[in-house]
Design a protein around this ligand. Structure first.
Ligand code: WT7
Length: 651
């Protein structure tokens, strides 16, 4: 079956509906009742009036110091939201809660990798943020200044972000797994005045010496006047006289009150660098007002967060997922979040399941790569624990293979938790295409654009196609939309807006099916071209993973004189499975049955791991380079650089 530009070979027909009882109590259903909306179809119809919808959401979820005069100003490709409003996201995240019963509610339950627990109430968080904000002011940090944050998953990371936001400084968080080189690049690009770091932190039972990396980065970062060092482990570190300051000494005598700076709703809140698959990282800009409304709305609706939930987004705050859905949106909603420092499989493969049982986590949000890791370890690990507190699951980062979806649904969700497969990007700020908890699900589909959002599939000519594949685009602005790329407006216009006039190009290929469900097939530069058919790499990977002996697969195309490209697959087998030539044949035929002969891999190699980014995306570009015997460039930002050698050895 050829659908427009992308050939669709896998057809997933299973549908999973939420129970009536569950639906009745959801935030979205209650909102529908209030607005006398009877069906999901009617909800989508009514919210096509996106301006109306976002005004309604803003009314419900945020408090302005001074109300806005105009909802949105769209002069493509530039957007402003809530024009004229005075605002600061920290007011909604903290200040408003400490005036209510929520002051004593837990904002974070933190568990360090070695096992210590810190429970932090909204009031405590508010006070810690205020002390640090006062300290930053004392160091001369002002509205509009940039602050780099290079910290691991400890509560001081969100505290540092909120302290910056409170005084109108712009934070730029750099993932703690990144090397000195990556930190230096980002800190220099945004000319940070101050950076935050720590002595070291725990990862898989070892201590990672972060300060040493930070020192290396700062050797060549002339804008940085101070490094504020949080003491996480107590390891000895070199402190540079005049530059480095201990966090605990800095805040010692600071007041627990600090007035929140009244900003313009369109003032930048943070920059976050995203590398995409190629090129120099882009400093994506997000602004206070729109980002607050967009993230809080989508979290409330998609994950159905309520006052008694224990919510756990198991991402790292160094990524947009953590910015939006560990820090800002949950705090705006006044939720209680679990935050965990370390590795998922330390000390044993059931660390996560232990955490869920211990804190009675009710909502879990993670990535397909984690799910595949758990699949590989086997279902006996979650079985050891009582996971019955869970009521909703989530997935983000890449298309979730239907087999991984089903495994997650059965073994973690006990067949009673719907899975929210949320498609979005650093650039979008919040969920864009995602089920609501009331949506009938098809495993592997992110379902439909959320209310107030509009996505479409455009063919190469820029014509919207249905029940067909092509370029994923967004057709009108949304509140959390990026405001540009720092210091590079031209790249902003070229990357997102030059392909189709006034239409946002997401850079992904996707299709819709005959019911209008969206199926994301991957990045546009990750599409195979076999005998004139464009096939998503991730679809072939899913077909491989659907075999019961396979845990994970990475698929690349190699130039082929006849076919255009031939398909090569690197396959990670489940525990205790023999890697035999016979199995290669079986897998090849299995893909043939699942997708058609066309998609059968020409070569299959068994490896114990495939190269991935720190956010869990399979690095097909790197695999391809290695497989073709080319240089792979800098791989220090990979989660598992050693997996690259496996590719070389295998090929
Ligand atoms: C890219 C954005 C958004 C937070 C994490 C990644 C891929 C993301 C899904 C999903 C299929 C997905 C896309 C997108 N992606 N979520 N549910 N299904 N693909 O943020 O690093 O900016 O990456 O991740 O390719 O464009 P990011």
């Amino acid at each position: 079956m050829t659908n427009g530009d992308i050939t669709v070979l896998m057809d997933e027909t299973r549908v999973f509906k939420p129970s009536g009882d569950f639906v009745k109590n959801t935030n979205v259903q209650q909102w529908m009742n209030k607005h006398n909306i009877k069906t999901l179809a009617e909800l989508y119809e009514k919210t096509k009036n996106w301006e109306w919808y976002w005004e309604e959401m803003a009314k419900e979820l945020v408090e302005w110091y001074k109300p806005y005069e105009k909802l949105v100003e769209w002069s493509p490709p530039w957007v402003k939201w809530f024009l004229g409003a005075q605002y600061n996201i920290v007011h909604d995240a903290l200040d408003k809660h400490v005036k209510t019963w929520k002051k004593d509610k837990l904002a974070f339950i933190f568990e360090g990798e070695p096992g210590e627990v810190r429970k932090i109430t909204y009031m405590e968080l508010y006070q810690e943020v205020n002390k640090l904000a006062n300290a930053l002011k004392k160091l001369g940090v002002k509205r509009g200044d940039r602050v780099g944050i290079y910290m691991p998953m400890v509560p001081e990371l969100p505290i540092a972000m909120l302290a910056c936001a409170k005084i109108g400084a712009i934070h730029s968080v750099v993932f703690s797994g990144f090397s000195a080189y990556a930190v230096r690049d980002r800190v220099n690009d945004c000319e940070a005045k101050v950076i935050f770091t720590c002595d070291s932190f725990y990862r898989r039972g070892k201590k990672v010496p972060l300060k040493i990396q930070a020192d290396e980065a700062l050797k060549n970062a002339p804008s940085v006047k101070h490094a504020i060092v949080y003491q996480r482990t107590g390891d000895p570190v070199d402190m540079q006289e005049g530059r480095d300051i201990w966090w605990h000494e800095l805040v010692k005598d600071m007041s627990e009150e600090c007035e929140t700076e009244r900003l313009d709703a369109n003032d930048p809140l943070f920059f976050l660098y995203t590398s995409g698959t190629t090129g120099k990282p882009k400093g994506i800009i997000h602004a206070h007002g729109g980002y607050a409304v967009g993230t809080a709305t989508t979290l409330k609706w998609v994950f159905d967060v309520k006052d008694d939930d224990i919510y756990w987004c198991a991402a790292d705050i160094g990524w947009i997922t953590g910015h939006s859905f560990i820090v800002y949106a949950p705090l705006i909603l006044g939720a209680t979040s679990v935050m965990y420092e370390g590795a998922p499989d330390f000390p044993g493969p059931d660390r996560w399941w232990e955490i869920i049982e211990k804190y009675k986590v009710s909502i879990l949000y993670t990535s397909p790569t984690s799910v595949r890791l758990f699949m590989k370890q086997g279902e006996e690990w979650p079985k050891k624990h009582d996971l019955s507190s869970l009521r909703l699951l989530g997935s983000v980062g890449e298309p979730i293979n239907p087999e991984a979806w089903i495994w997650y649904y059965k073994n973690i969700g006990n067949e009673c938790c719907q899975i929210m497969d949320t498609w979005w990007q650093t650039e979008t700020g919040h969920f864009v295409i995602s089920p609501l908890p009331v949506t009938p699900l098809k495993p592997g589909s992110a379902t439909f654009p959320l209310p107030g959002m509009n996505a479409a599939i455009f063919n190469e000519q820029g014509v919207a196609v249905h029940n067909a594949g092509g370029n994923l685009v967004l057709t009108h602005p949304w509140p959390g939309m990026l405001r540009g790329i720092y210091k590079n407006p031209q790249r902003y216009e070229e990357t997102y807006w030059s392909r189709f006039k006034d239409i946002y190009l997401a850079g992904d290929v996707a299709r819709t099916d005959s019911d209008g469900y969206f199926w994301i097939q991957g990045r546009a530069d990750d599409v195979l071209n076999v005998s004139g058919h464009r096939i998503g790499n991730s679809e072939v990977e899913s077909a491989l993973v659907s075999h019961h002996k396979v845990a994970e697969a990475a698929v690349i195309g190699k130039p082929h004189s006849l076919k255009g490209e031939s398909i090569t697959a690197y396959v990670v087998l489940k525990k205790d499975v023999e890697p035999t030539d016979e199995l290669k044949k079986i897998l090849r035929e299995h893909v043939g049955v699942e997708m058609g002969k066309l998609a059968r891999p020409d070569e299959i190699y068994f490896v114990s791991d495939v190269p991935k980014t720190r956010s869990g995306k399979i690095m097909r570009r790197v695999i391809r380079a290695r497989a073709m015997g080319r240089e792979v460039g800098d791989i220090s930002t990979l989660a598992n650089p050693e997996a690259v050698d496996q590719i070389t050895k295998a090929t």
